[in-house]
Design a binder for this molecule. Structure first.
Ligand code: ZN
Length: 401
């Protein structure tokens, strides 16, 4: 999840929002300002309803943040690095770097989110009762009560037993403890996640067709998202297991054909690319230094005039530093992110020179090899998905998470 706006760091963890978080804020403000608050107390000026509604939406976003931070803080305590927390349309995502060390850590990290949502719900309910007791404004009491309920719903909804929901991670931790096989437990949890996803879609369709309620659309959206996320997590799990213990040198294409940056594109196509089977070429300078990559498919799309006029270096894509690897780096470090130009997982450099290339084909090959050696069967081409995040989808009707 790309952050559109960085809010800063909380407990050392970079926190940001994706632009789609605006959809939840609008939806919550709309539900509070148009129906919940006017129904509770009629005849107030519109500005009063909307002020309370907007504040309520901000508190709800804060609740999502507390939920994710709880996962992140417990994860950190168990030595799992947390890359970032991002709020988006369907809730929050805490991206964990690596896996929990043991089943009980896995269980604690998973339960931290729903437990904090539940605690926050109780706290908000207590606050609502307190303000009501001292005769405070009804609409503030109702708004706090509604937020308390939403936090309760958040806790319960997240305990649905399928990855990537928290309940799915609880299932994974329990299966892991029982059978001692983390990968198998994780795959089972993602299968359960698909089942939960299909069940939500069925419930959403029933709501939409049976009751003509648009809340059904929200359920269908969440179900669809869950199925996609469960599939991506299953593939990432399989990729992680297949690459575990391997070095980059063991999966790379060694000594790839390189493209001199000063050659004309047409010459390079005629002399090198026409004979090589590589889909991508590292571009180097006179001194052997890497300056970029060229993708064969992209060269093929250049017009004849461009091919004659451009040099290879001018047609090259830059290589961001995170796509550089050393031959002795763990192979898991080059998978689990979108490939560069759709093809390149990493360019392997040693002593300042290109010694290898890891492409999506190399990753697929490593997976097939692991599968043939008796590992779990791949569910599809893997190794190039986004990192397995910790997802908390918000709920239906009114967003929850
Ligand atoms: Zn959660």
């Amino acid at each position: 999840m790309r952050q559109s706006l960085r809010l800063g760091r909380v407990a050392g963890i970079p926190v940001g929002v994706h632009w789609t978080v605006g959809v939840i804020l609008l939806l919550i403000a709309d539900v509070l300002g148009m129906s919940v608050l006017p129904a509770a107390r009629e005849g107030l000026p519109a500005t009063v309803y909307w002020t309370v509604a907007v504040l309520g939406a901000v508190v709800f976003a804060g609740s999502l943040l507390v939920h994710e931070l709880s996962h992140a803080i417990v994860a950190k305590r168990h030595g799992v690095r947390v890359r970032s927390i991002t709020l988006w349309m369907l809730g929050g995502v805490a991206e964990l770097d690596g896996d929990p060390p043991n089943p009980s850590a896995d269980l604690r990290i998973a339960l931290a989110g729903p437990a904090s949502s539940l605690a926050l719900g109780v706290l908000l309910a207590g606050l609502a009762l307190g303000i009501d007791f001292v005769g405070g404004p009804t609409i503030v009491v109702v708004a706090l009560g509604w937020l308390a309920l939403m936090n309760g719903v958040l806790a319960v909804f997240n305990m649905l037993p399928g990855a990537p929901m928290d309940g799915g991670r609880v299932l994974r931790a329990l299966l892991w403890r029982r059978h001692g096989d983390r990968v198998r437990a994780a795959i089972t949890a993602t299968r359960a996640g698909r089942v939960v996803g299909f069940a939500l879609i069925a419930a959403g369709l029933a709501e939409l067709l049976g009751w003509a309620s648009l809340g059904g659309l929200w359920l269908i959206l969440i179900g669809w998202f869950l199925i996609a996320a469960a599939g991506a997590e299953a593939r990432a799990t399989i990729a992680g297991a297949a690459l575990a213990g391997l070095r980059v040198a063991e999966i790379m294409t060694p000594d790839p054909v390189v493209a001199p940056s000063w050659t004309a594109v047409q010459d390079f196509i005629d002399t090198v690319a026409a004979r090589s089977r590589q889909a991508v070429y590292p571009v180097v300078e006179f001194d052997g230094r890497l300056t970029g990559i060229v993708i064969a498919d992209l060269l093929a799309r250049l017009r004849p005039a461009e091919r004659a006029g451009l040099r290879v270096g001018q047609a090259a894509l830059p290589v961001p530093p995170e796509y550089l690897a050393g031959p002795d780096d763990p192979a898991t470090t080059v998978s689990g992110r979108p490939p560069l130009g759709g093809v390149v997982a990493a360019v392997v450099i040693e002593h300042g020179r290109v010694v290898g290339l890891v492409t999506t084909a190399d990753l697929d090959w490593a997976l097939r090899r692991a599968a043939m050696a008796g590992g779990p069967a791949p569910a599809g081409p893997a190794g190039h998905e986004t990192p397995a995040g910790h997802e908390t989808p918000a709920g239906h009707g009114q967003p929850r998470s």
